[in-house]
Each structure stands twice: as C-alpha cells, then as structure tokens.
Design a protein around this ligand. Structure first.
Ligand SMILES: Nc1ncnc2c1ncn2[C@@H]1O[C@H](COP(=O)(O)OP(=O)(O)OP(=O)(O)O)[C@@H](O)[C@H]1O
Ligand SMILES: O=C(O)[C@H](O)COP(=O)(O)O
Length: 482
C-alpha cells in the first residue's frame, strides 16, 4: 500500500510549516517526524496507514488534543498501538478483554445469515490464543432495550468455536460474580464469550462504573470492533480508562489502513463512486472525497437532485428540494478542484416504486412526468466503466439504483463486476460498508475486492473525516529511536 512507505509529508498541523529537512525516528508501528521549527511534534502512522497531511488523520489528532477540534502545537504522538506490538510475554497467561463487533444478522430461527463479522474477528482472537492469552470476548447484538433473549450472543458460539478450532465458553452475563468465576477458571488459550453488553443501558451511556466492572475482568484491552468504533460506549471507549494497555486489533488496523490510509495517499488516478438514496446523507462523504479523488462518479437516488439543480425535469424521482443549492455548489467545487465529476447520462425509469413496475431507458434529460428514475442506464454503465478503467484506486459507497428490485439492480451489479475485474488487475478496490457491501455479496464478487469494510456507519463517518472515539481512546504507540 502506498501508505506503508516512509512519510513524505509533514503538514499535519494547520499552523505548522512543512519541512524538507526533517529527520525521522521509527517505532515498530509508527514514524516520528522532527520538525526543525518546533521540535518533535508529528507522527505518521506507518502500519495504520495514516498520512500526516490527511484531514481525516489531522482531525483524529486535532480532536484528541484540543476540545475545540483545532490542532494544537506540541503534539507528540498519534500512532495507535496494535495487538501486533505486544510481545508473547505481554500476552501469555494474561486476561485480555477483546471488544469485537459480532453484530451479525440472525433469522427467525436464530441462524446466522451472514458470518462476515465473525470471520473478520478471528485473526485477533487466534493471535491471542496462540500466544497463551485468556480471551474475554465481548460484543453487542442489535439494539436491545434491557435483557432480550432474541439478542443473546448464544447462537454465535458454535460458529466461533468452529472457526477457532476450540470450544468457546459462554457466560450468561457480561459482569458479576458468575462471570468472574468463569474468567478465573479460563485456561491459557481459552475463550469466554460474554453476554450482549447492550443488555445493560449503562453500555450505551458509557457509564464509568459499568466500564470499570467490565475492565475489572481483565489485564489489558484489545478493541477490534471497527463497526462500533464510532460509538463512545462503555465497552469501546469507557474501558480504556481502566485498562492499560488498550490497543487496536488486526481488523481495526486493516479498516484504518484502507479507509484512511489508502484513501488519503491513494495510487492515482483515484476514483470515488458515491450512490445511495439521498444527497443529504452523503454530503460529508462527497465533500471529503472531492478533496482527494481525481474522478467522482455519482449514482443512486441522489442524482435527481443534481439534475433538477441543473434545470432538468425529473418526473416523480426522489428529489431533495432543499438541497438544490448544495448540489450546484458541489458541482462547482468539483470543477474548481479539477475533479472529473460524472453524472449518469441515461436512466432506467419506472411507472411506480415496485419490483414489477413497467420500465424503460431514457436520456437523463427526458424523464417524463409520472415516471421515476430507479437505476442508471446502459450508456452510463459504459461511461462509468471506461472512466474506472483508467484508475489505480477506487472506493465505492452506496448503490447505483434500487438494487433490492432485480429489474433495477443492473447498474449496481455492473459496477460491482467492474470493480472485481479491476481488482484482478491490481487496482485497489475498497467497498465502504452498508448497501454496497450487500450488492457486492449479491453478485458474488466480494472475494475479489481489496477491502470490504465491516462497518456501515463507522466507515461512513471515517470517510467523512470524523473522529472515531473507539480509535482515539486507544494507547498511542511508544516511539523507539533507532
Ligand atoms: N434511484 C433511486 N431512487 C430511490 N432509492 C434509491 C435509488 N437508488 C438507490 N436507492 C436506494 O438507496 C438505498 C441505499 O441508500 P443509502 O444512502 O442508505 O446507501 P448506503 O450508503 O449503501 O447505506 P449505508 O448508510 O447503510 O452505508 C437502497 O435501499 C436503494 O434502494
Ligand atoms: O451494525 C453496525 O453498524 C454496528 O454494529 C453498530 O451498530 P449500532 O448502529 O446499533 O451502534
């Protein structure tokens, strides 16, 4: 990855000047940068893939060190310590509290319908087991209000045990004397799955007393719950106040590598594809990506707000009337920044919002009254595919149409297939969570992609440049001069 190279940019702090005559010292997971004018003060994260010049990276740093969100002078370290930085001696016989995001979908019979998040959590747990740690595994499932049997983590035990090759034990609670007894009898290399942390309202309220009780079970903390890293909850953020070290797991690290690292220092040309229903839910992502990408392809329901802003008739397509000005300003911003922003030139329209609606393909400028656009058309698929053919990095967030209806899934599926094809040609392809992941899986090309995020809301917030509290709270890597 581009981000794994030595740092070339030092403009981390808005107020600092960059320097070409800097020297650097390395840690196992980070690079320290000495700025001649102000001494040691900025750190690029090598393995976690941040570039010091990236606004997302800078915002993580800024918010950590200044409540106003502005970066402050004198910041020394921002690299997050990883579980890979801990030695075998650090782990052997230690009780490790691992927060994973095992929030998987279950059907009415409590069968797991998609085990992606369980599989993604395995490398960290396996590493801990192999190093003789005692793993206390914690997660939420759903959004229960109090103890709710259908949100128990019990159905996950067989799959976890199968993937880890050991019998995972299960506690009926996540704190209390019974849990303490089970922890005390846990052998080295054993795994105890705690019950859903959200059965306690204190979890989402991030109550320190509850966090302290969770923390009291263990000697150290590993956060691998990327999908929940945008939540400042007791088991993601609160426990870090009571457990040292508190480090990132391998999944969290990989998500940051791609969603921050590969996006902030991409192999170019860098294209972003943004779809989904509404422009209002993607403003932050579009604005953030406009700062970084060379090509921006827009699809999904949001395009009709852009068309209308340009004076086109859109029939009964989805339009956000109060975002017409915003759409115009985004188009102007793209132009000013030299970003090639492409809107679909033809659309598939329907006479009603239904899987069995009558449909036809029309130019984007010829949507009749009473018809609504539900997918991008064949000419647009061709134009988008040709544009993508030139790229080295592509990130995709949001479907091109109403892909839940087969008739209007063609554009989304074509983009998924195109990205799989590019991935096979060594283009970095990143799928940013949510419905685009579901689309890629539906087409059966998930394996081909460079990275598929396990986080919906978390990936969106990260792409928008927001700070993830679950990441910020982790220990910073200790620099070692070489
Ligand atoms: N032309 C369209 N008209 C109406 N709805 C559309 C259109 N195109 C796509 N959609 C709908 O947009 C929804 C996805 O939008 P959303 O903004 O939630 O995207 P997402 O980024 O994939 O989701 P998430 O926020 O979970 O990551 C899908 O349910 C899809 O049917
Ligand atoms: O599914 C998700 O996006 C995560 O598990 C977070 O769940 P939440 O939105 O209920 O916090």
């Amino acid at each position: 990855m581009a981000s794994a190279s030595a740092p070339t940019t030092l403009s981390l702090l808005p107020s600092s000047s960059s320097s070409s005559s800097s020297s650097s010292t390395r840690t196992r997971s980070s690079v320290l940068v000495h700025l001649p004018s102000s001494g040691l003060r900025s750190v690029g994260i090598r393995r976690l893939g941040f570039s010091a010049a990236d606004p997302v990276f800078a915002s993580h740093v800024a918010s950590k060190h200044h409540s106003s969100g502005k970066a402050v002078r004198g910041v020394v370290s921002m690299a997050k310590k990883s579980v890979g930085d801990l030695s075998a001696a650090d782990l052997k016989g230690k009780k490790v509290f691992v927060r994973a995001d095992l929030n998987v979908p279950l059907d009415d019979s409590q069968n797991i319908t998609d085990d992606t998040r369980i599989r993604a959590a395995i490398p960290t747990i396996k590493h801990l087991i192999d190093n003789g740690a005692k793993v206390i595994l914690s997660s939420h499932l759903g959004r229960p209000k109090g103890v709710t049997p259908k949100f128990s983590l019990a159905p996950l035990v067989p799959r976890l045990s199968e993937l880890l090759g050991i019998q995972v034990l299960k506690a009926d609670d996540c704190i209390g004397p019974e849990v303490e007894k089970l922890v005390a009898s846990l052998p080295e290399g054993g795994v105890l799955l705690l019950e859903n942390v959200r059965f306690y309202k204190e979890e989402e309220k991030n109550e320190p007393e509850f966090a302290k009780k969770l923390a009291s079970l263990a000697d150290l903390f590993v956060n691998d719950a990327f999908g929940t890293a945008h939540r400042a909850h007791a088991s993601t953020e609160g426990v870090t106040k009571f457990l040292k070290p508190s480090v990132a797991g391998f999944l969290l690290q990989k998500e940051l590598d791609y969603l921050v690292g590969a996006v902030s220092t991409p192999k170019r040309p860098f294209a972003a594809i943004v779809g989904g229903s509404k422009v209002s839910s993607k403003i932050g992502v579009i604005e953030s990506l406009l700062e970084k990408c060379d090509i921006l392809l827009l699809g999904g329901g949001m395009i009709f707000t852009f068309y209308k802003a340009q004076g086109l008739s859109v029939g009964s397509s989805l339009v956000e009337e109060d975002k017409l000005g915003l759409a115009t300003s985004l188009l102007e911003k793209a132009k000013a920044k030299g970003v090639s922003l492409l809107l679909p030139t033809d659309v598939v329209i329907a006479d009603k919002f239904s899987p069995d609606a009558n449909s036809k393909i029309v130019p984007a400028s010829a949507i009749p009254d009473g018809w609504m656009g539900l997918d991008i058309g064949p000419d647009s698929i061709k134009t988008f595919s040709d544009a993508l053919e030139t790229t080295q990095t592509v990130i995709w967030n949001g479907p091109m149409g109403v892909f839940e209806f087969d008739k209007f899934a063609v554009g989304t599926e074509a983009i998924a297939k195109k990205l799989a094809e590019l991935s096979n040609k060594k283009v970095t392809t990143i799928i940013g969570g949510g419905d685009s992941v579901a689309a890629v899986e539906k087409v059966g090309v998930a394996e081909a992609m460079s990275h598929i995020s396990t986080g919906g809301g978390a990936s969106l917030e990260l792409l928008e440049g927001k700070v993830l509290p679950g990441v910020l709270a982790l220990d910073e890597a200790v620099p070692i001069t070489v």
